[in-house]
Design a binder for this molecule. Structure first.
Ligand code: BG6
Ligand code: MG
Length: 222
């Protein structure tokens, strides 16, 4: 294992819940639509616009808004979201992650971020992790979002490591598909059944250790 390529939201910090709260607020205010809790998983890993399209589809509203209106609604959701993430501090790093990053680094493993979020650099700054990662792939610069492999490939490239020497880390179904499509070993946190495409799934980030990553990599890499 020469590099670990991390998703951010739901892996390094629990921002997945803030995304869903912001979408739920927007859906209620703008469309009088209640998003069921089970909908959260559909929105993980996909871009802001794709998330909004999924919500509009769910409400049978897809054809009712122009491109410009969709853009304005997405901006509004982002305002709600940015307000929530402005309060993040290093206390919001998920359990086990700081030690994992330190141990990976100590073992010469490069660290990259492969998030679909345009807010990733801001979040890393807030968490005090901006200088811990060797590279942050820019989602605005890749052709296709998750489940396509592009953002994970960009993360590997940014740290100069071949994809088959990387472990990808995710909490989303679309993200695990992206890791596997990139020919990386996939370690995931969350529901074992939902994330069954991953090479290893653990219930919480507390279970993430350098040893686990190393063992899973040795067992599954191509
Ligand atoms: C991903 C989240 O990390 O980023 C998605 O899992 C989100 O839920 C996506 O839609 C885009 O984020 P942002 O911050 O650019 O709206
Ligand atoms: Mg995620």
């Amino acid at each position: 294992m020469q590099a670990a390529v991390f998703d951010l939201d739901g892996v390094v910090t629990d921002t997945a819940k803030f995304h869903f709260q912001a979408w739920s607020k927007l859906a209620k205010e703008e469309f009088n639509l209640d998003l069921p809790a089970s909908f959260e998983t559909n929105l993980k890993g996909i871009s802001r616009t794709e998330s909004l399209e999924a919500i509009l589809k769910f409400g049978d509203l897809l054809d009712k808004y122009s491109k410009e209106e969709v853009q304005n609604l997405a901006n509004k959701k982002n305002d709600y979201y940015v307000e929530a993430i402005s309060k993040l501090t290093k206390e919001d790093i998920l359990p086990g992650i700081s030690k994992l990053l330190t141990d990976l680094k100590a073992n010469g493993v490069k660290l990259a971020v492969a998030s679909a979020s345009k807010n990733a650099p801001f979040i890393l700054e807030k968490l005090g992790l901006a200088h811990v990662f060797d590279a942050v792939a820019d989602p605005a610069k890749v052709k296709a979002g998750k489940p396509a492999p592009d953002i994970f490939l960009a993360g590997a490239k940014a740290v100069g490591v071949a994809p088959n020497q990387c472990v990808g880390v995710e909490d989303a179904v679309a993200g695990v598909s992206a890791i596997k499509a990139a020919d990386m070993v996939a370690v995931a946190v969350g529901d074992k059944n939902e994330l069954r495409q991953a090479d290893c799934v653990v219930p919480t980030t507390r279970n993430f250790t350098y040893q686990l990553f190393s063992d899973v990599f040795d067992r599954y890499h191509k």
